[in-house]
Design a protein around this ligand. Structure first.
Ligand SMILES: CC(C)(COP(=O)(O)OP(=O)(O)OC[C@H]1O[C@@H](n2cnc3c(N)ncnc32)[C@H](O)[C@@H]1OP(=O)(O)O)[C@@H](O)C(=O)NCCC(=O)NCCS
Length: 186
């Protein structure tokens, strides 16, 4: 296996489109149009296995202090190898590099993000999100996704008060179930 994590390029967009929308067809995540993916290609990280796209995730700045991590997907044959966690860590590191104070996700799978140190939050505590992008969503205001947040300190560690949570640094210490962690090529 030749696993690498990198910023996405234009050539990745059709593969990201297929990966995300195949899961979306099964109700596991939101559909993304090609237009949206091309417009936001600079937000995306991808994990490659050789020439194959193994996973993707994007970090989208909403405001000076807020970014959303979205479109997180790992192909079925690459799941449970720590790649989702690696993608999340890369997105968090990118948000920290930008100087973002808080990252959030909207998801039907809160358990996955709670394991990574995110904390359930009231989406109404993310007003810029609700009154910005959500207003344009066909599901608004009957969205059934849950919001989870992670507050980042300047050094990138998570501000996490609930027992059992992990810091961003500690994410590095969670062993991948199978094989070595892919190298960060950012
Ligand atoms: C969710 C997803 C990105 C995880 O990717 P992955 O590479 O398999 O994740 P990791 O290998 O980093 O982590 C796997 C761990 O998360 C756990 N996990 C996976 N889905 C979970 C969920 N819904 N709730 C709680 N834990 C979950 C696995 O059981 C595994 O646990 P373990 O480490 O104790 O064995 C992947 O399953 C996926 O792409 N799913 C379809 C698209 C999707 O749901 N995207 C997120 C929606 S916003």
């Amino acid at each position: 296996m030749d696993i690498r994590i990198e910023k996405a390029t234009i050539a990745d967009v059709p593969k990201i489109h297929k990966l995300v929308n195949d899961f979306a067809d099964r109700g596991e995540m939101l559909h993304r149009s090609l237009a949206e993916l091309y417009e936001n290609v600079r937000d995306f990280m991808v994990i490659r296995d050789g020439e194959e796209l193994a996973g993707c995730a994007s970090v989208h700045v909403v405001w000076a202090d807020l970014a959303e991590i979205k479109a997180v997907a790992v192909s079925e044959e690459h799941q449970d190898q720590g790649l989702g966690q690696t993608l999340m860590q890369a997105c968090i590191e990118e948000a920290r590099r930008l100087g973002i104070a808080t990252v959030f996700v909207l998801t039907h799978k809160p358990g996955y993000y709670e394991k990574l140190g995110f904390q359930l939050a009231d989406v109404m505590h993310l007003p810029r999100k609700v009154w910005g992008e959500c207003l344009r969503c066909p599901k608004f205001p009957h969205c059934n996704e849950l919001a989870l947040v992670m507050h980042l300190q300047p050094d990138g560690s998570a501000v996490w008060t609930q027992q059992g949570g992990v810091t961003v640094q500690e994410l590095d210490l969670i062993p991948a179930p199978h094989g070595p962690r892919p190298r960060l090529g950012l």
